[in-house]
Design a protein around this ligand. Structure first.
Ligand code: 8YV
Length: 312
């Protein structure tokens, strides 16, 4: 008999097909009244398939009294109540590593775009403004100072790209990383003061909430740029909007926001901000690898009792 798995939201068609072939799947998101459905049928499920976006809160975990495993599509697990799962001995699988390169590529894409004005100058051409004069000079990227908040797997992939641009890299982390040559900066404010570009690559969740505070943003200074490919919650978004509107910093490149898909309206009118709809991992290749790992985690758990990539 195939294990009964609850699927919280819509996946890529190929992943949905493979899931349905290998498990006895129910698609929760198609239920008109999800709570009523869970109250009636919650005890049937031994597996939960979710994502970084849909998460799994304590109420959902509680509504599944026979749950044995959670498998999530995504590297962030700030939306999953991992401690509620751990209390019941339920392991949580996620998809680290396979997205490092694509996320780091977008971090650099945002950085170069906002510094050199790629999107802004493209709008300039489309508006026909080139007929009336030259586009304003922008900011050099190569050889500049890059501060990385969070030197994890993705932070390291960003640092690797920075070496190709002859950038000087320093980082701030909960603790010093032993196997890297980059300078550790114990104070995030000092890192921001030093950096030309501050890239946010830390995990989300309550521990990092608003770590990039008004003070950190102001320390970046008039010539500094903020790039965020991590989670909107890491940045005090109101303070960032204020800094951008009042030109306290030079610009920002953002793939993530505090209340996605809502983007602060004040940012839409600014030319020195590049706004992306949370696409950093969004390539066919990477999403396929994430889908494969989401499925492989479930399969591995039901075959051997072990996840391939558990959250620890
Ligand atoms: C995903 C992400 O696009 O992996 C993550 O944590 O934020 C993105 O890669 C998305 O959140 C998956 O649901």
């Amino acid at each position: 008999m195939k294990p009964r798995v609850l699927q919280k939201g819509a996946y890529l068609p190929a992943l949905e097909k493979a899931l349905a072939e290998q498990f006895d799947v129910h698609q929760l998101w198609k239920e008109a009244d999800q709570n009523a459905y869970l109250a009636m049928n919650g005890s049937e499920f031994v597996g939960l398939a979710t994502s970084a976006r849909w998460g799994a809160d304590a109420a959902l975990i509680e509504a599944l009294p026979n749950l044995k495993v959670i498998s999530s599509f995504g590297v962030g697990y700030d939306t999953i109540d991992v401690s509620a799962a751990a209390k019941r001995g339920i392991p949580v699988g996620y998809t680290p590593d396979v997205l490092n390169d694509c996320v780091a590529d977008i971090a650099f894409g945002l950085l170069i775009d906002v510094a050199r004005g790629i999107s802004a100058s493209e709008r300039f051409v489309r508006r026909g403004d080139w007929q009336r004069g030259a586009f304003a000079l922008q900011t050099r990227v190569s050889g500049k100072r890059l501060g990385i908040l969070g030197l994890g797997r993705i932070g390291r992939a960003i640092a690797k790209r920075a070496s190709g641009f002859d950038m000087d890299v320093r980082y701030h982390n909960r603790r010093r990383v032993e196997d890297v040559a980059f300078a550790y900066e114990p104070s995030l404010v000092d890192l921001a003061r030093w950096a030309d570009f501050l890239v946010v690559a830390s995990a989300g969740g309550p521990e990092t909430r608003h770590l990039v505070s008004a003070g950190v943003i102001e320390a970046l200074g008039h010539d500094g740029f903020l790039i965020n490919i991590a989670r909107g919650t890491v940045v005090d978004e109101a303070a960032l909007v204020d800094a951008l509107v009042n030109k306290k910093i030079a610009g920002a490149g953002l793939d993530v926001f505090e209340n996605e898909p809502q983007v602060p309206v004040a940012l839409l009118a600014l030319d020195n901000v590049v706004l992306l709809p949370h696409i950093a991992s969004g390539t066919n290749e990477t999403r396929r690898a994430m889908a494969d790992l989401t499925l492989a985690n479930l399969r591995s758990f039901f075959e051997s009792g072990k996840l391939l990539t558990p959250v620890v």
